[in-house]
Design a binder for this molecule. Structure first.
Ligand code: FES
Length: 105
């Protein structure tokens, strides 16, 4: 089974089983990680913001316009910022590493 790795703000790693065609945000929430996802995945809150590990960033589909707009208002932006509700797990993303910015505690 594919996996997804979250790095928490304190540096600890949590690996979860990846469910195909399910958002990375849903994996974080369902596994009790500190990620608010206030809008439930509608790309309207940016509280699901993550930093994609640089080695994985270019393997993701590019952000669409609405996501790019929302990324303009996140705290702790980085060059690899994405909204985790817009990242859908596929087999080619097996082992994807996402870091939760310090704002997620
Ligand atoms: Fe609200 Fe992703 S959950 S933008």
């Amino acid at each position: 089974m594919s996996k997804l790795v979250f790095i928490l703000p304190d540096g600890t790693a949590q690996t979860v089983a990846a469910i195909p065609d399910t958002s990375a945000m849903r994996h974080a929430v369902d596994n009790g990680l500190p990620l608010d996802a206030d809008c439930g995945g509608e790309c309207m809150c940016a509280t699901c913001h993550v930093h994609v590990d640089p080695g994985w960033f270019n393997k993701l589909e590019p952000a669409e316009e609405q996501e790019a707009d929302m990324l303009g208002v996140v705290d702790d932006p980085s060059p690899t910022s994405r909204l985790s509700c817009r990242i859908r797990m596929t087999e080619k993303l097996d082992g994807l590493v996402l870091r939760l910015p310090p704002t997620h505690r």
